[in-house]
Design a protein around this ligand. Sequence first.
Ligand code: SAM
Length: 347
Amino acid sequence: MSTTEHSAAGSEEAPAVNFPALTDVVTPFAVRCAATLRLADLIGAGSRDAAALAESAGADPAALARLLDHLCVAGLFAADGDSYRVTAAGAVLREDHPAGLRATLDLETFVGRSDSSCANLLHSVRTGEPGYQKTFGAPLWTDTVAHPELVTGFEHLHEMFGAWSEPTVTGGFDWASAKQVVDVGCGHGAVLRRLLLAFGHLRATLVDLPEIVARAEQSLGEAGLGDRVSGAPGSYFDPLPEGADTYLLSLIVHQEPHERAVALLRRCADAAGSHGTVLVMQAPVTPANRFAMTALDLRMLVTVGGRERTVDQYRDLFAEAGLRIAGQYAGGSESPVDPVLFACVAN
Ligand SMILES: C[S@@+](CC[C@H](N)C(=O)[O-])C[C@H]1O[C@@H](n2cnc3c(N)ncnc32)[C@H](O)[C@@H]1O
């Protein structure tokens, strides 16, 4: 290989990397502390020095001053003597900023606790097990239902995903012929609400952990859909309500590792029998989005032990559970991470 060839190949394999930025662990957590303590809003409301800010935020004044100084280095705050102000860049940490970032950086929310569990990524990579339990002492869903304040953040996230997946879930599949859908792992009903509003004849059964089914019943009741849904609280690893024509798993299969995903799909296949359809909504990994999906894939690993999969990997999973893909519907978005609805029937 000539020198020119060697350096061309080398530069292709090794794009320029800003190593200090890539490996700094203090600043990302410092920014999250500022978001959690709502420092940008407190400064905006008139608290300027570390003592006043510490009093309002419930923090140690000396430690808070050290955090603020570091965030001045990061460019989010600036100091005039002992008085701090929010820079133009730091304004993004305000609650009312249109980017809506503050809540997603708050370490005491559903997303924030997921972020913190990344500190145990090494454990996950070594064992294939989630790091969340090692960080917080309980698996993610057990921890979430034990902290009602976390449920709100998780619902906010699912409203975003519900809007994203709506064209895929409501378009394509022949919902006009369906009568009863069992929403397996329904969350608070962000997807189901859209489905029931689009198809006025549909009725639904809600399967999720008891606390979450209660929330779904409340939220669907508030949307005027209470008389079309009934709750069946419990684990989706237990036998599911039989006799429905459709079983929907929206963003469920990717949160389970192989054996558990097969077990869950078998429960759906058993309940759907020879006449029902099992609908799986996921964004598959494709050659085009392979590298756009890696961060989400690692997050699934560290939070719940799940994984993102290619269409072939989903097909194999379905086959192990006695199902085959009979139809496949995409929402047709421009995004490389496009959700797909797999309609599966008994093999
Ligand atoms: C990612 S959310 C998806 C919610 C909803 N399907 C959606 O797309 O908006 C995953 C849901 O699975 C539920 N879940 C997790 N483990 C479960 C289990 N063993 N049995 C029933 N539901 C479970 C969680 O409580 C949560 O509501």
